[in-house]
Design a protein around this ligand. Sequence first.
Ligand code: SF4
Length: 343
Amino acid sequence: MEDIRSIAQHDLAKHPCLRDEKPFRVKQITEWLYRKGIQDFGQMKNVPAATITLLKEHFTFSAAHITTVLRSNDKTIKTAFQLTRGGMIEGVLIPSGDRVTACISSQAGCKLNCSFCATARMKSHQNLLAGEIIDQVFQLNILSEKEYNTGVSNIVLMGMGEPLLNYDEVMTAINHITEKEGMGISPRRITLSTAGIVPGIRRLAANDVKFNLAVSLHSADDRIRSSIMPVNKKYPLAELSGTLQEYHHKTRQRITIEYILFDKLNDSVEDAKKLAVFCRAFPCKINIIEYNPVKGTGFKPSSDERTEAFSRFLESRNMIVNIRRSRGKDIDAACGQLAGKKT
Ligand code: SF4
């Protein structure tokens, strides 16, 4: 049986089991599913029991519930979610000025095996369903209102997993999040981050998506990138660059390049030169990210001096550069630290 929130809203209305229902009834159902963030069929209070029984006969309802909340000294919050069909994922709330960003997961675990990443060390792996993805947004939004007196303003798919390896469910979830009958959040406030899955980026371009695209690059040298991100062996830099050029050509969007600085691995001025050459091929901005050591990986963060020299070089080449200091380090909520531990 298909999960009810894995279906696009317009397809649900046409489903045979709802064909005899009045349009207002279908509207009530979609509001419960995509706007009110229910976690179970039984919560559709104004829908007759017979219709709920019909839905239960035709669909499953998989959900994600917050089980643990950890608060960092810097006000970042990490949450663990239990999936009703089994498995754990994590999400993070990052307040900054008048913005609150929800960092959400697209998979439980990740097969891409980047050597610096805690998620890659998880034994289990599964694609999340669209409902499990939107549950993270619903629940982090409620938590944000409670903790910071304001809801989530931005969403980044940068938590556990590679979103483009779970393309259909992620796209369905983003549609639920952005459609006005759903959560109605502007696609401009959503960023999908990929490790560089070329066919997925091509599909995004073909679908002319309106949300933002970020690419976790971490090196513009094939040898170094392949050594820390095995995905680079399959989709090397030249192919990735060509695809990002096509993506920009189709969507006219500026791309964000994410670059974690590792001490003496990818943080020399020579590395910055290669990055500048890579980034010249399409309009982009570069986020330089401070690394949070993950036990047992052997990677260390770059020193302040090397970070400064790296970003100064890029700025001298007229690149747009932001240095992102790490948030939530004390609760393992920082970039690359999500690992579905039972906290
Ligand atoms: S860094 Fe991202 S793509 Fe790489 S293993 Fe971790 S979650 Fe997967």
